[in-house]
Design a protein around this ligand. Structure first.
Ligand SMILES: CC(=O)CC(=O)C(=O)O
Ligand code: MG
Length: 221
């Protein structure tokens, strides 16, 4: 059945943001994490979405806010127990995304065995580009993604380096969490994550497809 809402504005649906961590070996190594043998999953709240023109907030409780540029996959058709062979039928399109991370808080949570919610799921922790149709990206595992801060290139990676492919992730996630129309999957970040401060400007892109720009502003208490 055709949907009455437009998925090209998926951020307005208020659906789940499911994030995959450590999906690039070089990034796992730079943070001294083991390269995973199974996907590492966590969630962001729908209030994490922020669009160009609005600021990315620096939470009052962190001294080390990191950028993580990632390819996002927009789910068009929901499902449970999706087979890898049918997984791409559930994809409506893509978006360039940032997984903003309060790294100092994440490190504290890891040490204490606590969940990463404060580090990963705060308001504006998921800046997203315009929707990119499935037709525009013929092969999501053949994209160069990058991020600059104040014109300085910080991250440059290739989606062919993902440890777990998009069909594998969709299948794996759907066996744990039912996927719904409008959900977004963040597929992990390549190496080069680093800190941003107040008024810094982040520009990110997928080569030959899209760019986006966000500025950091301090959260008012
Ligand atoms: C260690 C992390 O923060 C994992 C993560 O989000 C990633 O993209 O990798
Ligand atoms: Mg990430």
């Amino acid at each position: 059945m055709a949907s009455s809402r437009n998925l090209s504005r998926f951020w307005e649906w208020g659906r789940k943001i499911i994030c995959v961590g450590r999906n690039y070996a070089e990034h796992a190594k730079e943070l001294k994490n083991e390269v995973p043998t199974e996907p590492v999953l966590f969630l962001k709240s729908p209030s994490a979405y922020v669009r160009e023109g609005a600021p990315v907030l620096l939470p009052y409780y962190t001294n080390n806010l990191h950028h993580e540029v990632e390819l996002g996959v927009v789910i068009g058709k929901g499902g449970t127990n999706i087979a890898q062979s049918h997984a791409m039928d559930h994809v409506e399109g893509y978006a360039l995304c940032l997984d903003m991370t309060a790294r100092d808080i994440q490190d504290q949570c890891k040490k204490k065995g606590l969940p990463w919610t404060l580090a990963k799921a705060f308001d504006t922790s998921c800046p997203v580009s315009d929707f990119i149709s499935k037709e525009t990206i013929k092969d999501p595992h053949n994209l160069k993604i990058w991020l600059k801060v104040n014109d300085d290139l910080r991250q440059e990676g290739h989606t062919s380096s993902m440890i777990f492919s998009i069909p594998f992730l969709i299948s794996y996630i759907s066996r744990i969490i039912t996927l719904e129309e409008g959900d977004l999957i963040l597929t992990g970040t390549p190496k080069g994550v680093a800190a941003v401060g107040e008024n810094d400007e982040m520009v990110a892109g997928i080569d030959n497809i899209i760019t986006m720009k966000f500025q950091i502003k301090k959260q008012l208490q």
